[in-house]
Design a protein around this ligand. Structure first.
Ligand SMILES: *Cc1c(COP(=O)(O)O)cnc(C)c1O
Length: 406
């Protein structure tokens, strides 16, 4: 917003991840300053009036804008290649902000039925209360999206790859469909991050981020963001945050800002670990199926490689054997409970590997019918692969896999 650091044009993304942001303060700090302040002193009443009216750039109050948050927003926008970005308190706060800014009673949304559980609830329950109708469709079948379109469809919402089954949708095809109908396409880019996938290069209008995941990358804070054109970020979503208050805390913005500096190398290293685990899992007894976009056996492997810079991401899911749901769940719990290194938690996008049973956690609030429609079986385990040595991760999984009673 103000005082963006002047950098030469044409810098590589890896360089922008370190160098984009506001200019340093008068003290010349090398690491970006953390401005933990709710308000900003104005030089005089006239300037204050202009800043509040939005006719002059300048900080007034941290619910509206803050220098540390602005540095994070500029850096993330530079990585995604969008004109602008706006921070939010969490990833869900970002999706809420987008819905409040774009939708009104009588509008229609088309959304993949495989998106994050809370996103399903936000569209299907919370916004349904306000008269916004959502049709949930197949993640991968563009014909279903096309068939769901209505004259009042304003928004198509996709997440790719999805959590936890890593299903990949064709961003370009969905963007064409949206634009042909005068609607917008928003893509939740949480799993890939701009290090692997830049949805606006494929035609998407808006990008959603949970900064809680890979952008921070070390499980320290919660954060969210929307990236897109200034006419939406500044003119539509800015006023929503000012009014509704899902603003990003400066401290959290600072942590994620510093996290972005290592995003590229973390993603490369975690993708390499994940691919190795996925390939190894495919050869292990006790495994019914492995879901990982980097495997040739993945249903959208080629599309994923095209969209994701040739990388599969760092989340691997797999079904353990079990002839009925109870046996499958017992086997999954045995594998999870036998680990001694990886963490049993529901987060992902951490440098520490996390193991999760989606059916009873992230997707536990869904009905069994919704869960089955989303393909979440009781034997499903999600592994968000971190940076531990690959041999230690394999050995940890083998403690349970090697001792399954079939
Ligand atoms: C975690 C997550 C979110 C929500 O982010 P929060 O920061 O937890 O609110 C949204 N989308 C996906 C794909 C996620 O994994």
């Amino acid at each position: 917003m103000t005082d963006e650091r002047t950098l030469p044009p044409g810098l590589h993304r890896d360089t922008l991840a370190l160098r984009t942001g506001l200019a340093p303060s008068q003290h010349g700090e090398h690491s970006e300053a953390l401005f933990l302040t709710s308000g900003f002193v104005q030089p005089d009443a006239e300037t204050s009036a202009r800043r509040f009216a939005g006719t002059e750039a300048g900080f007034t109050y941290s619910r509206t804008s803050n220098p540390t948050v602005a540095s994070f927003e500029q850096r993330l926008a530079a990585l995604e290649g969008t004109e602008a970005a706006i921070g939010a308190s969490t990833g869900m706060g970002a999706i809420l902000m987008m819905c409040m800014g774009l939708l009104k009673a009588g509008d229609h949304v088309v959304c993949s039925r495989s998106v994050f559980g809370s996103t399903l609830n936000l569209f299907g329950k919370e916004f349904a209360k306000f008269g916004v109708e959502t049709t949930f469709v197949s993640q991968t079948d563009v014909a279903e999206w096309r068939a769901a379109m209505k004259p009042n469809t304003r928004l198509l919402f996709a997440e790719t790859p999805t959590n936890p089954l890593t299903e990949v949708c064709d961003i370009q095809a969905l963007a064409d469909l949206a634009h042909g109908a005068g609607a917008l396409l928003a893509v939740d880019n949480c799993f890939c991050t701009p290090a692997l996938q830049r949805p606006t290069e494929l035609g998407a209008d808006l990008i959603i981020h949970s900064g809680t995941k890979y952008l921070d990358g070390q499980g320290r804070v919660m954060a969210g963001a929307i990236c897109g054109p200034s006419k939406l970020i500044v003119d539509v979503f800015g006023p929503v945050v000012r009014t509704a208050g899902m603003a990003l805390s400066p401290f959290n913005a600072w942590v994620v800002l510093k996290g972005l500096e290592t995003l590229g190398i973390r993603m490369q290293a975690q993708c390499a670990n994940a691919l190795a685990v996925a390939q190894w899992l495919e050869t292990q007894p006790g495994i019914a199926r492995v879901y990982y976009p980097g495997l040739a056996s993945h249903a959208q492997h080629e599309l994923a490689m095209r969209q994701q810079s040739g990388q599969g991401g760092a989340v691997v899911s797999f079904d353990v054997v079990g002839n009925d749901p109870e046996t499958a769940r017992a086997n999954a719990f045995h594998v999870i409970n036998s680990t001694r290194v990886v963490s049993i938690a529901t987060n992902l996008g951490d440098t520490k590997t996390i193991i999760t049973h989606p059916g009873t956690t992230s997707h536990g609030r869904l009905t069994e019918a919704q869960r089955q429609a989303a393909g979440i079986s009781q034997g499903l385990i999600r592994l968000a692969v971190g940076l531990e040595h690959i041999d230690d991760i394999k050995a940890d999984l083998l403690r349970g896999l090697g001792t399954l009673k079939s």
